[in-house]
Design a protein around this ligand. Structure first.
Ligand SMILES: CC(C)(COP(=O)(O)OP(=O)(O)OC[C@H]1O[C@@H](n2cnc3c(N)ncnc32)[C@H](O)[C@@H]1OP(=O)(O)O)[C@@H](O)C(=O)NCCC(=O)NCCS
Length: 117
């Protein structure tokens, strides 16, 4: 089972002392790099930490010859969509009813960025 995980996932966490400010988790599949999650602790939000983490994810892709970066986000998650748009991600498609909610389901927006070779 470990061989399924080996070399496929990568991550970065930001700390202030022992306090974790935020992190991202990425996955590589060939030339495609996917941002699986990015999160900043509530008390540190709005200070540009996610922007720095996302830039580090993009730089990681660039340094490893990624061709495409992908991510999925709930359509209701305006802060995350704003973050991704400000970094240059474009809306690619919609996955209908992808995420469960307390009252039903909501769509996922698939976003991406390509590097010109
Ligand atoms: C989304 C999240 C990671 C943003 O973290 P953050 O550190 O507060 O974001 P930053 O301060 O780096 O903001 C960067 C950009 O994101 C966008 N943004 C951040 N908060 C926003 C908000 N409340 N509304 C709209 N846009 C917002 C803006 O474009 C902002 O750039 P600007 O300040 O130059 O306008 C954070 O809200 C979070 O952890 N949310 C819970 C987990 C989550 O939803 N993760 C995404 C899963 S897809």
């Amino acid at each position: 089972m470990l061989s399924c995980l080996a070399g496929r996932y990568f991550n970065l966490a930001a700390f202030q002392g022992d306090d974790m400010l935020g992190f991202y988790i990425g996955e590589q599949a060939g030339p495609d790099y996917t941002l699986m999650d990015i999160c900043v602790a509530p008390k540190y939000q709005g200070q540009g930490i996610a922007k720095r983490l996302l830039n580090a994810f993009i730089e990681h892709g660039e340094q490893h010859q990624a061709e495409n970066l992908f991510l999925e986000v709930r359509e209701s998650n305006a802060p995350a969509i704003g973050l991704y748009e400000s970094a240059g991600f474009s809306h690619m498609s919609v996955r209908k009813n992808y995420y469960p909610t307390a009252t039903g389901n909501e769509d996922a927006i698939l976003m991406g960025m390509s590097f010109s070779l």
